[in-house]
Ligand binder design. Sequence first.
Ligand code: ADP
Ligand code: MG
Length: 359
Amino acid sequence: MTNEDAKVIPVRVALRCRPLVPKEINEGCQSCLTFVPNEPQVIVGTEKAFTYDYVFDPTSEQEEVFSTAISPLLNGIFKGYHATVLAYGQTGSGKTYSMGGTYTSAQENDPSVGVIPRVIRRIFEEKEKRADSEFCLAVSYLEIYNEDILDLLSSSKDKPAISIREDPKEGIKIVGLTERQVVSAPEMVGCLELGNSARTVGSTAMNAASSRSHAIFTITLEQRRGSDKVDSVVSKLHLVDLAGSERQKKTKAEGDRLKEGISINRGLLCLGNVISALGDESKKNAFVPYRDSKLTRLLQDSLGGNSHTLMIACVSPADSNMEETINTLRYADRARKIKNKPIVNVDPRAAEMNQLKQQ
Ligand code: ADP
Ligand code: MG
């Protein structure tokens, strides 16, 4: 199957509202969001309603988010489809909590663990169920800060420069990034922990760094099926914890500082432009500025391309954050208009072998 005749599947959006945090309660904040029972709908203040694919209110547990919104993507991964999960929202809205970006193995059975550790557990459970297939799993973990790609799994001091290339057959490739082969769940969790700690250390000097950086944890799954194992698929799962969205608006408002804002977090500005270009039906064949930032280049397949994509839009319920919350709700609403065309990704080498055989 080529991408031309693939089925269109829009980007799905899960809205997630965290509970009021102690600081907000102490400041006397009230919730400004109302959730419509049994409908994926949220109402801001007294009138404005937004509908998404999923809405998780403050009482929703991590397990519920995982089983309803993430699980279907994992089924796709095992069929050979690429998938992406993007956490978007202002700083403090629950992106890292939702993704599991502070996970350590000491929390193993804690119900509060987020998406990534749950994904790891499920992938290895599914692998065990498929004795007729051969698997090869690899992970990479990177951070984009100030338009630099940092390899969170590399321990060497003189790290090689990382560059992005586009392969006509395999899509976007990151050259120079550590890709670690793993055979067990604990080993993959080890990579997550290693990268998470590299992330935190990297941002202690400047607390703002973490809210201005994007982290991408990528799992590559190669499956060889059938008796002679030529029936191979390769799928990738990107799990993305985006930078805090409020910077974008602030730098815009401050006019003069726009340039600085662009260089610090061009990715988020550019992501907004890409989403607008892709979601606007009146601009059908409009130019999509993927190349304007590293983030959008890396996510090119996930937005308007070959991937099942879910955006988890994170918000605070506090009335003091209402303006940012409305921005996030609007942004997420636009993302739903992006049309993707996921296809089963046959291993190019296996495809070539098959062709030779037939000849
Ligand atoms: P972000 O990564 O968006 O800046 P965090 O994930 O660090 O935000 O969340 C900010 C705070 O809110 C943390 O203390 C976190 O534990 C808490 N929090 C976020 N989401 C939830 C949730 N769904 N339930 C309980 N606490 C949450
Ligand atoms: Mg965070």
